[in-house]
Design a protein around this ligand. Structure first.
Ligand SMILES: [Fe+2]
Length: 157
């Protein structure tokens, strides 16, 4: 007996557009990478705490847009070879958002204390770990978009 399972697929054109339009997120990530630079002096801790709050909020919007318009459940198995990856990438959004929230909470707790410098190294490492996860997610998503566009199977109506 055949079972009907919903298949996650992508609207590649929308997903690409969401990424290209999100300039504030890219700007913020660029500023945070500089502020957490391995060779730079610790930047203004209060600015970093605020910036990580904004990063969490930007990511919430970004992932919500991607979930709503970039991915969709298609009961017809239109692109089976993309389905597993699409499902995995969509599910990564909640883990990435959770870590961005924890990072912002930790920064707000530690960087507003007098001895913030004692926590600097730990927060910096945590930021770079998060940044690597996010970069990996984004580059896999970009690859999925390109492959879907190439096969012209990713654009749903
Ligand atoms: Fe994503």
């Amino acid at each position: 007996m055949a079972t009907v399972t919903s298949t996650v697929t992508v609207n590649a054109a929308f997903l690409q557009e969401i990424k290209e339009d999100n300039r504030r997120l890219q700007e913020l990530l660029g500023q945070l990478r500089l502020a957490f630079g391995r060779h730079s002096e610790p930047a203004d801790p209060l600015w970093i705490a605020d910036a990580l709050d904004e990063l969490r909020d930007q990511l919430a919007t970004h992932f919500a847009l991607e979930d709503a318009y970039g991915y969709f459940d298609d009961p017809v198995d239109a692109a089976p070879r993309f389905a597993h990856l699409a499902d995995e990438l969509r599910r990564e959004h909640s883990d990435l958002y959770l870590e961005a929230s924890h990072l912002a909470d930790a920064a707000n707790e530690k960087l507003r204390q007098e001895d913030w410098l004692a926590h600097w190294r730990g927060l910096r490492e945590r930021f770079w770990r998060f940044d690597a996860q996010l970069k990996r997610h984004e580059s896999r998503e970009n690859r999925l978009i390109l492959e879907a566009l190439e096969e012209d199977i990713g654009v749903g109506d």
